[in-house]
Design a protein around this ligand. Sequence first.
Ligand code: NAP
Length: 145
Amino acid sequence: MKQKEILLFGATGQIGRNLIRKLSKNNYKIIAVTRNIHRAGYILKTQANPGYLELVELKSFNLNKIEALIKRSSICINLIGILYEKRKDEFKLIHSDLPAMLSKKADEFNLEKFIHLSALGIEEAKDSKYALSKLDGEKRIKKKF
Ligand SMILES: NC(=O)c1ccc[n+]([C@@H]2O[C@H](COP(=O)([O-])OP(=O)(O)OC[C@H]3O[C@@H](n4cnc5c(N)ncnc54)[C@H](OP(=O)(O)O)[C@@H]3O)[C@@H](O)[C@H]2O)c1
């Protein structure tokens, strides 16, 4: 059976690093994206057998680099998320602009699936910037993919 490639954003996170183990056991090859390959290597290299995991460092959301990775993949999973802003408008960038761009590219390059983890209960939290940005991200993804 041909090995499918999964492009995984947020691979070093709580959910991502556990998901890598499951996916590689099911014969998926994972391209794990991180901002710091040295820190990520330390965390991730024990999570998959040789040949099942490729680490890619992206310091910024460079469109050309992201396109090149999406083109190689069958499925894209986005697990990037933050709980608080370190910079102005970071919730919008991380929870809405980035997923909108990824889902648009996934659609453009005919990926089988675009999987995005949002959060529960965000429809009710009208005064939370976190919740509003997550909700906006969901809406934009549904329009793109
Ligand atoms: N865990 C939960 O209980 C829970 C509950 C509700 C929703 N969620 C959502 O599920 C997703 C995954 O959750 P998680 O708990 O696994 O998250 P996590 O442990 O906090 O990991 C977040 C990931 O996002 C990346 N990241 C953080 N800030 C970034 C930035 N400014 N630019 C680029 N990448 C950044 C980090 O990658 P690098 O540092 O390697 O670049 C990290 O791998 C998130 O969207 C989260 O909001 C999780």
